[in-house]
Design a protein around this ligand. Structure first.
Ligand SMILES: NC(=O)c1ccc[n+]([C@@H]2O[C@H](COP(=O)([O-])OP(=O)(O)OC[C@H]3O[C@@H](n4cnc5c(N)ncnc54)[C@H](O)[C@@H]3O)[C@@H](O)[C@H]2O)c1
Length: 467
């Protein structure tokens, strides 16, 4: 159970200290209101439909369990749908193979979408048009133009959308970092760096028959037709002499993220987290204009022709990369694979580093003598209710917004602005050249081939249904 006070058995100072550099910041667990206070009676619980019952869909709804009842589950893998319904609802939830059956239900107003990335835009837009509020996993899109559609539909329908970038709800690490930026402790920010790690490679993955419980054609959906590939995991020995967990290679479950057909690789999978934090920092520092250009270097495990991989049998997303994104006034954002995973924020008065385990830097040490004002963190978090665990906090924020109709902390508009940067990096990587960008028009300029990659054709029958 979350509390309004510090974690059980710790002083506020002790709890904060246990999360990284010892930072004495007496603020955010002092807030009077959490979602638990708002959701007391059974009638206050939320009936949720889950679309995409894989690792993240189940994990997320387990985190939100104390506030929700899962009443319907849809997955194109019948085995996964049934297993999720059993785990999340004791088998009470209705099980569907087609997400549209959930969209039709008038008794379900709130959805969680956790399909692979290539399905997000289509299902999200159709869900908003069907009148649902949605917690949708990141990244919301595969292309820049999909983002324009989502933003328009969200604005027109007024539905609540929380993006699954839960780092925005991470107290005290990322949120304290943002409060330090917003309070001007680093001065004017002139450089941010998102280091997001490298993507794996694979051997050649053979075409095999599709498991009988998986509807592969519907799994592919809007993506180009492709055969199903799978190579079982090769057992490896851990340092302790015991078998270590090993991942099979496939173009299907989980591993879809290493194929441009279904994802943007690390540039969107982790870019959606750390480029988001880097972009949030710039925005809080008064940088409202978006980037003007991007360039850099990327290495892929296969050859590319006209921006598309020529080999079809193995992972194809960038394994190594270093990009510089240029903003007006000389501010730069670096996106790279090879520094410590996290975000470095540099201003003319100081710098800080933040990741999921630590917050460090001179401005952090200085908090001992000069703590942040009580309201600073609350303000950065849009004065939304806070919980003491990032996954729960992100869900609490979403469900509070469903009730209050406030804008969640991971709103579609800021998400699209930062995802444009991730997609630009992906296009630059695939074409191997510098790109110019008109942020007001949201358009790549002076390069027709690159501009054409702002959209992708949908497979026939899987276009977004605009009603
Ligand atoms: N926020 C985070 O930290 C975080 C972490 C991991 C994954 N994710 C995101 O969550 C999403 C899912 O990732 P995952 O690792 O759980 O993948 P996964 O492959 O384990 O699960 C995806 C599920 O969606 C199902 N699916 C595919 N098409 C569908 C459709 N049309 N209708 C219904 N179900 C469909 C698949 O069969 C599969 O069961 C991805 O977008 C990923 O980026 C976010």
């Amino acid at each position: 159970m979350h509390t309004n006070g510090p974690a059980r058995g710790t002083s506020r100072r002790g709890f904060l200290g246990s999360c990284g550099t010892a930072i004495a910041v007496p603020y955010f667990f002092s807030r009077a209101r959490t979602l638990a206070d708002e959701t007391r009676s059974p009638s206050d619980r939320f009936s949720i439909g889950l679309i995409g019952a894989g690792g993240m869909g189940v994990f997320n709804l387990e985190a939100a369990a104390k506030w929700i009842d899962v009443v319907a589950v849809a997955d194109v893998d019948a085995g996964r749908a049934a297993a999720a319904a059993a785990k999340l609802s004791g088998g009470k939830a209705a099980v569907h193979d087609d997400y549209r059956r959930i969209l039709e239900r008038k008794d379900i107003d709130v959805l969680h979408i956790a399909t692979p990335d290539h399905w997000h835009a289509k299902i999200l837009v159709e869900a908003l048009l069907a009148g649902k509020d949605v917690y949708c996993e990141k990244p919301l899109t595969l292309t820049i133009d999909e983002g324009k559609i989502i933003r328009r539909v969200q604005k027109e329908t007024g539905r609540i959308v929380q993006v699954g970038t839960q780092q925005r709800s991470t107290f005290p690490l990322f949120v304290t970092a943002m409060a330090l930026v917003a309070e001007g402790r680093l001065g004017r920010i002139n450089r941010v760096q998102a280091s997001i790690g490298n993507a794996p490679t694979s051997p050649s993955i053979p075409v095999v028959s599709v498991p009988k419980e998986l509807d592969w054609d519907r799994w592919l959906g809007p993506a180009p037709a492709a055969e199903y590939r799978f190579l079982p995991a090769t057992p490896v020995m851990g340092k302790d002499g015991k078998p270590a967990p090993a991942q099979p290679h496939t173009n299907g479950h989980y591993e879809f993220r290493w194929w441009y057909e279904y994802s943007g690789g690390k540039l969107t999978d982790w870019g959606a987290h750390h480029v988001d934090i880097a972009s949030w920092a710039l925005q809080l520092n008064g940088q409202t204009a978006g980037p003007t250009s991007i360039g850099g270097l990327a290495r892929h495990p296969v050859d590319f022709k006209d921006g598309m991989p020529v080999q079809r049998d193995r992972y194809n997303t960038a394994t190594e990369f270093h990009f510089t994104v240029n903003f007006p006034g000389g501010t730069t954002m670096i996106i790279r694979h090879d520094a410590d995973n996290g975000v470095l924020i540099e201003g003319d008065k100081g710098r800080l580093f933040v990741n999921r385990r630590k917050l460090a830097g001179g401005v952090v040490d200085a908090l001992k003598d000069d703590p942040l004002p009580e309201a600073a963190v609350a303000r950065v978090y849009k004065n939304l209710p806070m919980e003491d665990n990032e996954r729960k906090a992100h869900w609490a924020c979403f469900l509070h917004c469903v009730k209050s109709r406030a804008e969640p902390i991971s709103d579609v508009h800021s998400h699209m602005k930062m995802l444009n940067i991730c997609h630009l990096a992906g296009i630059s990587a695939r074409l191997g050249r510098h790109l110019e960008w008109d942020d007001a028009a949201e358009q790549i300029t002076g390069d027709d081939a690159a501009a054409a990659m702002m959209a992708r054709p949908s497979r026939k029958g899987y276009e977004i249904e605009m009603g």
